[in-house]
Structures are given as structure tokens and as C-alpha cells.
Design a protein around this ligand. Structure first.
Ligand code: FE2
Length: 280
């Protein structure tokens, strides 16, 4: 097994591992270490069915079952570990999966849960001819890049993480029905539970309001933090190929999707790894 760095800030390709076959304990340990070191791992030319993708996921921790939102009927994409990230529509007009098409702003997955997922794993099954790249940003580096006075003001504070799948728009809190919208107040700066390193924990898509700040102070600080978090110097952009399996650390990175042609199909099979509460 070889680990080849893909970008100075984050991202590495793992070569010499066929995830469709059983992986020995030594290799699993090396992969887990590479994951902590590089935040995003890319495994190319993989042929994965659901069983082998699940086994690949378990290298990184217990695979999470997708929770149904309150009131939603059982079945579909819920109550299983798999989710299809796709714009493909069934003959009856319903969506085959979720997060359809187009651009998606930077975010952590499930930051609005009390225990955000540890990692997300995507396997590329169908791709457009161009576009749809996924960008990842290193939130350890973002933390280091916060100017000292602002960092001091953020110490020990929480931010409201909220999501209602708008994808390209910040939420207007005055119009939100909180009873129907998943949300949770998280530390703005977390200590990564596995590495012990501090990371910035905000995103343009989901971070709405800093607790204890006035609305204007909060907007001002968040805008500065979004710029720091999205600084191109700390962003690795992955251009997908069929058979790519990519896993990212969802505690110390944010990710965004670039636009792609609406008339072309894109299909990813997604798994997430169980998380835990975030702490200062
Ligand atoms: Fe995501």
C-alpha cells in the first residue's frame, strides 16, 4: 500500500488496496492512520457492491444507519446505511436519491445533529462528462488562520448549525420553523476527538448565528470565518472518475460540490460513519 499526497493542505490517494477483497488488519491500521493524517482519502478504480462498500466503511468505524426525519414513513432511503446522491429521476417522476443536481455550498455533513458523523464515504457510479467536482477544505488550517483577536472572541462560544437543504442560500432565521428544522448548537472551535487537534467548525451553508453575539456581530464574524474556511490555499478539489471511492473526515473538513450539466446523470452511493458529540 502506498499513500500519495494530492495537495499540500489535505487529500491523499491510497494505492495498492482492492476494497472488493478482504483487507488485512495491518493494512486497515495503515489506512486509518493515513485518514487521520490526510483528512481525505481517494481509492481509485474500485469495484464495490453494497457488501464490499460496507466492509470498506467499517475500516473507519461503525457505519451509521440513516435516520428518518420525524413523521416520515419507513422505507426509501431511510433505515438503511446507504443513500444515493443523484439527480436521476424514476419513470414515475420521483427522485431516485437526494441532493439532485447543481452546486452545493461548503458544509459539514450532519453538523446539526448532537453527534455529527465522523466521516462520509462516496462511491462514484455514474458521472457527467464534466463538472460536479467536490472541494474539501482543511479546518485545522482554517483554525490556525483565524486572526488572534477574533479567535479570542470565539473561545468557548457556540454556533447554531441548521439545515433545510437549500444548498445555495443562507437561511433567514426569522422565517424558520425550528420545530420542523433540524438544528443544534455546536462549539465554533472543536477539539477533534481522534487527533486532539483544534479545528474551526463553521460552514456557509449551515452555520447561522453565533450565540452571545448581536445579529450584526455574528454576521460580521461569520463572514470573516467563511472567507478563512474557503481560502483556496487550503482547498483540495477532487475531479471524479468512475470507480473512485472517496472518504473524508467530517469533523476537520468542510466540502462543497461544483455545478454540473443538468441534463446528465450523476450517481454516488454514500455511507456515513457514526460520530460523537463535539467538544471545545
Ligand atoms: Fe455533504
Amino acid at each position: 500500500m502506498d499513500v500519495v499526497k494530492l495537495h499540500p493542505a489535505l487529500g491523499a490517494e491510497v494505492r495498492g488496496v482492492d476494497l472488493s477483497k478482504p483487507v488485512d488488519a495491518t493494512t486497515k491500521a495503515a489506512i486509518a492512520q493515513a485518514f487521520n493524517d490526510h483528512i481525505v482519502l481517494v481509492f481509485k478504480d474500485q469495484t464495490l457492491d453494497e457488501t464490499s462498500q460496507l466492509a470498506a466503511g467499517e475500516i473507519f468505524g461503525p457505519v451509521a444507519i440513516r435516520r428518518r426525519p420525524p413523521g416520515r414513513q419507513p422505507g426509501g432511503d431511510y433505515d438503511t446505511p446507504f443513500m444515493l446522491v443523484t439527480n436521476i429521476v424514476r419513470p414515475d417522476g420521483s427522485s431516485l436519491g437526494a441532493f439532485g443536481d447543481g452546486e452545493m455550498w461548503f458544509h459539514h455533513d450532519t453538523s446539526y445533529y448532537p453527534e455529527p458523523h465522523r466521516a462520509t464515504l462516496l462511491y462514484a457510479m455514474k458521472l457527467p462528462t464534466h463538472g460536479g467536482n467536490t472541494c474539501f477544505s482543511n479546518m485545522y488550517m482554517a483554525y490556525e488562520n483565524i486572526p488572534r483577536p477574533l479567535r479570542d472572541r470565539l473561545e468557548g462560544r457556540r454556533v447554531l448549525q441548521i439545515h433545510d437543504y437549500k444548498r445555495r442560500e443562507r437561511l433567514n432565521l426569522d422565517e424558520i420553523d425550528f420545530a420542523k428544522t433540524r438544528h443544534f448548537e455546536q462549539p465554533i472551535i472543536i477539539t477533534h476527538p481522534k487527533t486532539g487537534r483544534k479545528a474551526l467548525y463553521i460552514s456557509r451553508l449551515m452555520s447561522a448565528r453565533i450565540e452571545g453575539f448581536s445579529k450584526a456581530e455574528s454576521e460580521d464574524a461569520l463572514e470573516q470565518l467563511f472567507e478563512i474556511a474557503e481560502n483556496p490555499a487550503i482547498v483540495f478539489e477532487h475531479e471524479w472518475s468512475l470507480g473512485d471511492m472517496v472518504i473524508w473526515d467530517n469533523w476537520c473538513s468542510i466540502h462543497a460540490r461544483k455545478d454540473f450539466p443538468r441534463d446528465q446523470e450523476r450517481l454516488m452511493r454514500r455511507l456515513t460513519i457514526e460520530g460523537q458529540a463535539m467538544s471545545f
